[in-house]
Design a protein around this ligand. Structure first.
Ligand code: HMG
Length: 402
């Protein structure tokens, strides 16, 4: 066969993370609800969650994250945007279309939105790898952007959150070269879903945790069957993090399934004796402040790991993705030399610190506000992010630069 040159290495060339204007302190939520704050801090492993202002949504977060990627890398070879979300703002039009428009990207670009609960970011990454494998001169913008919303006063409420991660997928990547073997697993389970007529998720919390662990085991076992690396050959492991204690539960489960000693300490906890540090603590540093960012959560974990560990060049990282419903995938990648940016953790910590802490009363009022697209409206000007959701005109959502 002639004419096809497979790229030797394809993966994540650059990555940017962003979140919302507001943050809710879980200690405030616990105090307001008469719950022991330790339940959220230690029981769930969460300190805060991000919450959108009325003029923010998945599109504004996605565009803000992608803007950083475009500013650093330009648009050469960029012909596809894949936006993964499970909190889509339209049933038909892909959220990647307004992102393309806000960023002033060329018209010669394909855009699409992908959905399968929290897993879809990984599906988008896989599809992007395929496009670049076919033509190594192309680059693909993969964006995972979500707002996690549960009903007020429900057990899921403290695990809400929001965030977006944009990634540039290319040949000869500067951050993480994804290896060819992947393990996949699907099971039809009603553990968590959001009906078309509901703005909040329906969830069977305890079923969702066992579904997560079963699916992760299935994907891990399939990775082994596909010739992927054994646990001893994996240096760091990242998990989908609906709350960071779930990553610890997943790590304990994987340790059992693989009969290996893996450190189970979250930040501030004592290291597990005679156990290998696989980056559990570093990989959870951002998520415990973002809350659940659904499709972005796994990649927020990747950002936290790459920003906090300077010794990763040449090391193998496993990404274990989960989306309720349920689908799981196990991928591995090799961290590239020169990946470490010593300023990155301070930069994103400053973004997290800069969020405005909202009172529980104000947060509950905002959460309870549901605006119909049947009537035109303008949103109040709150966010200082690069882009804002301006309101609805003729049933169509309007966006603008801030
Ligand atoms: P709950 O039932 O209120 O909490 O909600 P609990 O009673 O199970 O307690 C939670 C933990 O806090 C327990 O620890 C308690 O012992 C501990 P564990 O036994 O699990 O290790 N605890 C305390 N610790 C210290 N001091 C205290 C204290 N009190 C209790 N005083 C639940 C928990 C996760 C069910 C709820 O938050 C929920 O429904 N969340 C939403 C669903 C979810 O996040 N599921 C996770 C797996 S599914 C998934 O990840 C997919 C998802 O992201 C969606 C998607 O894919 O699209 C959700």
């Amino acid at each position: 066969m002639t004419g096809s040159t497979a790229a030797t290495s394809i993966g994540i060339h650059d990555l940017a993370i962003t979140t919302t204007h507001y943050a809710v302190e879980l200690e405030d939520l616990a105090n307001a609800y008469g719950i022991e704050p330790a339940k959220f801090r230690f029981g769930l492993g969460q300190d805060q969650f991000s919450f959108p202002a009325p003029d923010e949504d998945i599109v504004t977060m996605a565009a803000a994250a992608a803007k950083q990627i475009i500013e650093r890398n330009g648009v050469t070879g960029l012909r596809t945007i894949m936006l993964a979300t499970e909190s889509g703002v339209d049933q038909s039009k892909a959220a990647a279309v307004p992102v393309q428009s806000l960023l002033g990207l060329p018209s010669e670009i394909r855009v699409v939105e992908m959905k399968q609960a929290c897993y879809a970011g990984t599906a988008a990454l896989q599809a992007a790898l395929g496009i670049v494998a076919r033509n190594p001169n192309e680059r693909v913008l993969v964006i995972a952007s979500d707002v996690a919303r549960y009903q007020l006063d429900s057990p899921g409420e403290p695990t809400q959150g929001a965030g977006a991660v944009a990634m540039l997928v290319s040949a000869d990547p500067a951050l993480l070269a994804i290896e060819p073997a992947a393990g996949v697993f699907t099971a039809d389970i009603d553990d968590f879903w959001r009906p078309n007529d509901s703005t909040t998720a329906v969830v069977d919390g305890h079923l969702s945790m066992s579904a997560y662990l079963d699916a992760m085991t299935g994907a891990w076992n399939d990775l082994q069957a596909q010739g992927g690396p054994a646990i001893e050959d994996v240096d760091r492991i990242l998990y989908h993090q609906p709350f960071t204690k779930m990553a610890k539960k997943a790590q304990a489960h994987l340790a059992k399934v693989t009969n290996s000693a893996l450190d189970l300490a979250l930040p501030g906890e004592e290291k597990t004796e005679n156990a290998r540090d696989t980056g559990l603590a570093n990989g959870t540093l951002y998520n415990r402040r973002l809350g659940n960012s659904y499709t972005a959560s796994l990649f927020a974990g990747l950002a936290a790991l790459l920003h906090h560990d300077s010794e990763l060049a040449g090391k193998r990282v496993a990404l274990l993705s989960y989306g309720s419903g349920s689908v799981s995938e196990a991928l591995t990648g090799i961290v590239q030399p020169g990946y470490f940016d010593a300023e990155a953790s301070a930069r994103f910590s400053a973004v997290l610190d800069a969020r405005e802490t909202i009172t529980i009363e104000a947060y509950r009022a905002l959460h309870a506000t549901e605006r119909s697209s049947a009537t035109d409206y303008e949103t109040e000007r709150v966010t200082n992010a690069p882009f804002r959701f301006a309101g609805v005109t003729g049933q169509a959502r309007q966006y603008e630069a801030n």
